[in-house]
Ligand binder design. Structure first.
Ligand code: PMP
Length: 417
């Protein structure tokens, strides 16, 4: 049914064939980071072996070639999220850096005491703490969009949060805990009615379905390479050109300047204005290869495969005695039919009163890698009334058989308590 052969795909990720604790690895911690296909690893090794030179400044052959690869990667990213121009694509170290860059520079330019920024209950700490730093520095206030018991943002309450002090909305696209796909397009339209810009944390959406920043009409969009089959340490900040022109630089240094004297320095235009220092040009090349890999399989095929897997996992998990799944309420319509538009490749749960860490540790003994804890979303844990959850998160290479191993593993662990 899927548009690609899952066994062929798995062969692209040699790590999936290894054993842990003498058991075949079942890797279900993709929300934390994904494994890397050979084409990404080979491309990066090849670049270090045959091309390596610092980018942008060199007149020599290797530097020109390395610069070409680096700037081609920017174009690949532009195409991947359908930005208008490569000048809207800033390379960062990851989602966290992108969120901090915008909070900090937007704060420098636009935030005054009493101003308000809207975030949601389900945010990752990386979209809370940078704004809190702004709150300490500049006396701004955070307003929080509440969430229903089913793990869905309350849009009516969201509308009610706007006032003449609102300066920015910063929300996640897909929850790394609940898998909820937030209706960001609608939320952006609402914010724009109030002339408020919106930043979207796309860390958990870019791995799973196609993104079109022009269609969303977001003002900023950030994501990480390592969660979508690319290398660690590289990420992207998309910003509408008009916004990137208005924001001041984040860090100063080489690459981001036009002319420097001790009296006055002029800056490059975006994106270089925000890229001080030598970029990780090998990682940008690796990220481009990861994008090409996903495009080769087909974003629609990846999405369909993962949604089917998630649906299958939910149906199997729900039968386990004592199972409590967080969110995914909208997955079942009143007639018990699955609703395809809710719940992405992430499932958080607890079983009876088994501690999430015990569950995770015992599943690990069976070769199953899941994440446990608060998932960098403690305010969300408070809202759910738990200290932590067990989280299984799927990628394009996971199989029904692996879900079966997970379900059998949970049943086995449950019987031990
Ligand atoms: N936002 C969300 C929704 C995430 O899931 C993560 C990673 N867990 C981040 C932000 C932070 O990403 P990174 O650590 O790659 O900067």
């Amino acid at each position: 049914e899927t548009g690609y052969n899952i066994q062929d795909v798995r062969a692209d990720f040699p790590i999936l064939a290894r054993e842990v604790h003498g058991k075949p690895l079942v890797y279900l911690d993709n929300g934390a980071t994904t494994q890397k296909p050979l084409c990404v690893l080979d491309a990066m090794r090849d670049e270090y072996l045959n091309v390596n030179a610092n980018v942008h400044r060199g007149v020599h052959y290797l530097s020109v070639q390395a610069t070409e690869l680096h700037e081609q990667a920017r174009e690949t990213v532009r195409r991947f999220i359908n930005a208008r121009s490569v000048s809207e694509i800033v390379f960062t170290r990851g989602t966290t850096e992108g969120l901090n860059l915008v909070a900090s520079t937007f704060g420098d330019e636009f935030l005054k005491p009493g101003d308000e920024v809207i975030v949601s209950t389900m945010e990752h700490h990386s979209n809370i703490v940078p704004w809190q730093l702004q709150a300490h520095k500049r006396g701004i206030k955070l307003r929080v969009i509440p969430m229903t018991d089913g793990g869905v943002l309350d849009l009516e309450a969201y509308k009610g949060l706007f006032n003449e002090k609102t300066r920015m909305v910063s929300v996640m696209h897909v929850s790394n805990v609940l898998g909820t796909v937030n209706p960001v397009k609608q939320m952006i339209a609402i914010a724009h009615e109030h002339d408020v810009p919106v930043m979207v944390d796309g860390a958990q959406s870019t791995p799973h379905f196609a993104i079109d920043v022009q269609d969303l009409d977001c003002d900023f969009f950030v994501f990480s390479g390592h969660k979508m089959y690319g290398p660690t340490g590289i990420g992207v900040l998309y910003g509408k050109e008009s916004w990137l022109e208005k924001l001041p630089p984040y860090q100063g240094g080489g690459e981001m300047i036009e002319h420097v004297s001790f009296e006055k320095t002029t800056f490059e235009r975006p994106p270089l204005k925000f890229e001080a220092g030598t970029p990780d040009y090998v990682a940008t090349h690796g990220l481009a290869k990861a994008i090409e890999y996903m495009e080769h399989l087909g974003l629609d095929n990846i999405e369909r495969h993962e949604r089917e897997l998630t649906r299958y996992a939910l149906s199997q998990l729900r039968d386990i005695p004592g199972m409590h799944i967080y969110g995914h309420a909208a997955d079942l319509l009143s007639d018990g039919q699955a609703n395809d538009m809710q719940g992405d490749a992430v499932i958080s749960f607890n079983v009876g009163d088994i501690h999430h860490m015990d569950m995770g540790t015992l599943l690990d003994q069976l070769g199953i890698a899941v994440r446990t804890g608060h998932h960098c979303a403690q305010p969300l844990m408070d809202r759910l009334g738990v200290l932590g959850t067990v989280r299984a998160s799927f990628a394009l290479y996971n199989t029904r058989e692996e879900v079966d191993v997970l379900v059998a593993g949970i049943r086995r662990v449950s019987q031990m308590f």
